[in-house]
Design a protein around this ligand. Structure first.
Ligand code: VG1
Ligand code: CO
Length: 544
């Protein structure tokens, strides 16, 4: 079959954000919109020609259609072999796992992650490189530049491929293998954690837990791993059937959107453990009876206890955290005598450090934790890591967290999000903050002294590439910090994120309510940024 060459014209705004190109489904449904972006991937990532590509997504609305388009285009562009998840399903960490295991030249992930799905909601596409991780900025910039001049794409006039039956098929000379999306990933998890110990914990009859898949991609993964392989009671996985619109919910595992799970772990009858993941399976939320573990604390705790799991028994080499993530991990790294890196927001910035063997664990405050086992953050991995620790330490989540604070001190942490703010107002607010920066060091604010204030820029220690304007940081003497940045994953207006952190060494003060403990810092942030005047918002929409 001759490939069809279809004439096209560029669309504005195809620049990938924090994690790929995310737009409303309706935008992606415009003829040529998806095709242009996909062709820009093939035009710039030339090793895909004659190579192997992994394709899969989180199962949201438009996933199946988009995959059929990509399969035809991949074949027309000379890709030799395509590995696709059954039903078009792959979690983001599973794509990373499969790219690495089968040494493919890359992968395409279809997801808008924690954003809602459905005909009027969001869709997204992301290219992952041969290391299994999100493409670096130089690659995403090249793809974007290509979308600005694109004038044709290649496709085939071929019927849809059957994605629901495992096995091998052929599409005009391209071999398509439909894989079980769970098998390789589950095998990798088994190699990292002590499944026997976790099995015993579940069998003891003393441990009660739930995993909330939020009707998103982790349903089949969690059911296979937790219930089938580890023997957790049937029904441990809730909302386990993936739906195209995530059951109308917001597949974002946080205190607001996973409210039912929070409820189940509260009160005297609360469950021992609760966990949730997001749309594409890369995020995690960890709850114990009556306690929420902040993602920043979770990273620090996993680092301090990694030697208790088989996969990390020989120790960790270094840690990285995104800039807005709390400095709790730095305290662990200092004590262990290992490096701790501060990177811009987004998983793509961890790739070089992981590939170079400089770090083993990394994480973000936005419910993302991961390690060198793949090149994406990994929701179920974090849950299994916690279960392994609970099984070995034979303590409750709350005891483990309190022990950690006693040993390292507590970094109180919260993030306040102001969603769908007017874009010009949000940009004006950031510009105003940048103007204030040079005058802040040495200044007293709310009884605290500003130590430094800057617009965060990062020089990659491995390839020397520089990423500027990654958020405004204001650090106080004593360790408190305020960070402001605008989201790069939203699809409507702007989302202002305000990240707040303060340090408390005294264990008698570790049980304070977070919002209480941080009240004065919250006020400083609101005043400094003139949030109400500039956005019209008195209170944030989401507090995590
Ligand atoms: C958000 C988070 C960031 C995360 C990104 C992708 O980005 O803050 O830490 O890496 O989402 O996560 P932003 O630019 O909106 O702050 V996922 O699970 O949506 O792929
Ligand atoms: Co995600």
């Amino acid at each position: 079959m001759e490939p069809q060459i279809i004439a096209t014209t560029p669309f504005d705004g195809q620049r990938p954000g924090t994690s790929g190109l995310r737009k409303k489904v309706k935008v992606f449904q415009q003829p040529g919109y998806l095709e242009n972006f996909v062709q820009a991937i093939f035009d710039t990532q030339t090793e895909l020609k004659g190579g192997t590509l992994v394709v899969g997504g989180d199962g949201r609305y438009f996933n199946r259609e988009a995959i059929q388009t990509i399969l035809r285009m991949a074949s027309a562009n000379g890709v030799s072999r395509i590995l696709v998840g059954r039903g078009g399903i792959f979690s983001t960490p599973a794509v990373s796992c499969v790219i690495r295991k089968y040494k493919t030249q890359g992968g395409i992930v279809l997801s808008a992650s924690h954003n809602p799905g459905g005909p009027d909601e969001d869709f997204g596409i992301k290219f992952n490189a041969a290391n299994g991780g999100p493409a670096s900025e130089s690659v995403t910039n090249a793809i974007y530049e290509r979308t600005r001049t694109i004038d044709r794409y290649l496709t085939l006039d071929a019927p849809a491929v059957d994605l629901d039956t495992l096995g091998s098929l052929e599409l005009d000379g391209t071999q398509i293998e439909v894989l079980d999306p769970v098998a390789d990933y589950a095998e990798l998890m088994e190699s990292l954690f002590d499944f026997n110990a976790i099995h015993q914990l579940f069998n003891s009859g003393l441990f009660r837990m739930r995993f909330d898949a939020m009707h998103a991609v982790t349903g089949p993964y969690a059911t296979e791993i937790l219930e089938n392989r580890l023997g957790a009671a049937p029904g441990t996985v809730m909302n386990g059937i993936p739906k195209e619109d995530f059951g109308g919910g917001h597949p974002d595992p946080n205190l607001v959107h996973a409210e039912e799970l929070v409820e189940l772990t509260s009160g005297p009858e609360g469950l021992d453990f609760g966990a949730a993941s997001d749309g594409d399976g890369d995020r995690n939320m960890i709850l114990g009876k009556g306690i929420f573990v902040t993602p920043s604390d979770s990273l620090a705790i996993l680092a301090a206890n990694a030697h208790l799991t088989p996969g990390y028994r020989s120790g960790i080499r270094g840690i990285a955290r995104s800039m807005p993530t709390s400095q709790a991990a730095n305290r662990v790294a200092d004590l262990m005598g290992i490096e701790c890196f501060e990177t811009p927001t987004g998983w793509k910035f961890f790739g070089n450090l992981l590939d170079a063997g400089r770090i083993t664990l990394c994480g973000e405050e936005s419910f993302g934790t991961g390690s060198d086992h793949v090149r994406e953050k990994d929701g179920l991995w974090a849950v299994l890591f916690w279960l392994n620790l609970l099984a070995v330490r034979q303590q409750s989540v709350a005891d483990i967290v309190h022990d950690h604070w006693r040993r390292f001190g507590r970094n109180f942490y919260t993030r306040h999000d102001y969603e769908a703010v007017d874009l010009a107002a949000a940009e004006g607010l950031m510009d105003h903050l940048r103007l204030l920066l040079s005058g802040l060091p040495g200044k007293q604010l709310g009884g605290m002294t500003v130590g430094y204030a800057d617009d965060f820029a990062y020089t990659d220690p491995i390839d020397g590439s520089i990423s500027e304007h990654q958020g405004v940081r204001i650090g106080f003497e004593g360790g408190a910090r305020i960070v402001f940045r605008l989201s790069g994953t939203g699809t409507a207006g702007a989302t202002l994120r305000v990240y707040l952190e303060c340090f408390e060494a005294d264990p008698t003060r570790h049980d304070q309510d977070t919002q209480e403990a941080m009240r004065s810092l919250i006020l400083i942030a609101r005043e400094l940024a003139q949030i109400e005047e500039r956005t019209g918002r008195k209170e944030p929409d989401v507090i995590t």
